[in-house]
Design a protein around this ligand. Structure first.
Ligand code: ZN
Length: 126
């Protein structure tokens, strides 16, 4: 499957919530935000519905062929789509600007000291 993106990224964050640690195989995840209406998805995405640690109802999208995590969408903010940075053709598109859910990170986690740290969720991007 392919995701065509016709917009610049709005933000990028490193997330250490427990769910991201499951998805990341132990590490956190890096998520890049785009306007949903600028994305064109070709091929199948499998969706998993869940409630995030923040209490937000989420949809998380995966490639049904290989299991690669692709999307994280908040049901309450459908205009924003977070794409897992590892799924991008260019993971250098935008470096993380903040580290969130640091309270959930394991003691061995390397948290970039040059970025702002937040113990849990931060307010959504407008
Ligand atoms: Zn997370």
């Amino acid at each position: 499957m392919r995701i065509a993106i016709d917009a610049e990224p709005l933000a990028a964050r490193m997330c250490w919530c427990r769910l991201c640690q499951y998805l990341g195989g132990g590490s956190g995840t890096v998520n890049v935000c785009f306007p949903s209406d600028k994305l064109t998805v070709t091929g199948e995405v499998r969706w998993h519905h869940s409630i995030a640690d923040s209490g937000t109802a989420m949809r998380r999208g995966f490639c049904p062929e290989c299991g690669t995590p692709l999307f994280s969408l908040a049901e309450s903010r459908p205009h924003l789509s977070f794409i897992r940075a590892g799924a991008l053709d260019d993971p250098d598109l935008l470096a993380p600007q903040a580290v969130i859910w640091t309270d959930a990170a394991p003691d061995w986690a390397h948290l970039d000291p040059d970025l702002p740290h937040y113990p849990a969720q931060i307010p959504p991007i407008a």
